[in-house]
Design a protein around this ligand. Structure first.
Ligand code: ZN
Length: 293
């Protein structure tokens, strides 16, 4: 913290929220698509709701049906950051178009939109100006993160792989500036830097090999970031290992999975469909990995 700059208190956080506008409908864009999924292939369960408006923001998980305990299970999460659209719509399209073909081989557990308020206000933060993807630890206060962790732990499953679907885009420059203000910090070098292509974050060096397979699959869909360093981490052909944060969803999920990853689509140079295709290419690479003997 720097002298003279104070972090936001409750009043500033409330003022931030009151300045946000509803820009789209979670019900129409997400819930209606979930309820339209064929009941013979998927079970749709509500695992919680956002406390400030539970009617408007029910939280859903989709599971494969029929479920086979002998098959590998993959965890897919989207919309931890509600403004990173292709994480949500890519997960939905995967369920609608791809998942059924693996019905007798793989079980899926899919949380397609963990932060529905963030989706509607098109922002990274929740009602309390928290970033849910910094709250996946025992003392985390973001309710989106707590409810997701409680739900996943209640499944008592071990996942072959866990994939968290994100984007990095130009909006992040403005949102990073908001975060600095919220936390009473000054602008830092690199705050306005956006990697110029897709990259993959993994929680462990053990996950880099599968990460490279993902990179090769996504390369057919959208360009890969070629910088030698991304966000201060050494890039290994588009894969960076972030194992020093420990508050990310990938850190929590990795405790329940053999391998984990976070996609970072760069959507500003891709069409909406290409961004979704890159998310789906990632998931299909992970499915192929899970099906290897
Ligand atoms: Zn994100």
């Amino acid at each position: 913290m720097t002298d003279g700059i104070k972090p936001w208190g409750a009043a500033e956080k409330e003022a931030w929220f009151q300045a946000q506008k509803i820009q789209r409908s979670y019900q129409t864009d997400v819930v209606d698509r979930l309820t339209a999924l064929p009941a013979e292939n998927f079970s749709l369960e509500q695992y919680g709701a956002l406390s400030h408006d539970p009617q408007r923001y029910p939280l859903y998980v989709v599971k494969s049906k029929p479920w086979n305990d002998d098959n590998p299970t993959i965890l897919i999460t989207g919309g931890v950051h509600g403004y990173e659209d292709s994480g949500i719509t890519g997960a939905l399209r995967f369920l609608e178009e791809e998942a059924a073909q693996y019905a007798d081989k793989v079980n899926f557990v899919v949380y397609p939109c963990i932060s529905p308020l963030g989706y509607e206000i098109n922002h990274r933060w929740n009602r309390k100006a928290e970033d849910p993807n910094r709250h996946f630890f025992a003392g985390g206060t973001a309710e989106e993160s707590r409810q997701l962790m409680t739900s996943v732990e209640s499944l008592k499953l071990h996942f072959r792989a866990a994939v968290d679907l994100h984007e990095t885009n130009y909006r992040d420059i403005g949102i990073t500036a908001e975060r600095r203000a919220r936390d009473g910090q000054e602008f830092e070098a690199g705050d306005d830097y956006i990697p110029d292509g897709f990259y993959l974050v993994v929680p462990s060096t053990a996950d880099v090999a599968l990460g490279h397979e993902v990179i090769e699959a996504v390369r057919k869909v959208t360009p890969i970031a070629i910088e030698p360093e991304i966000l201060g981490y050494k890039s290994d052909k588009g894969v960076i290992v972030i194992d020093d944060v420990n508050t990310l969803l990938q850190d929590f999920a990795r405790k329940h999975a053999d391998v984990g990853m976070t996609t970072e689509i760069y959507p500003d140079k891709a069409t909406k469909k290409e961004a979704e295709d890159a998310q789906i290419a990632t998931i299909k690479t992970v499915v192929a990995f899970a099906l290897k003997p």
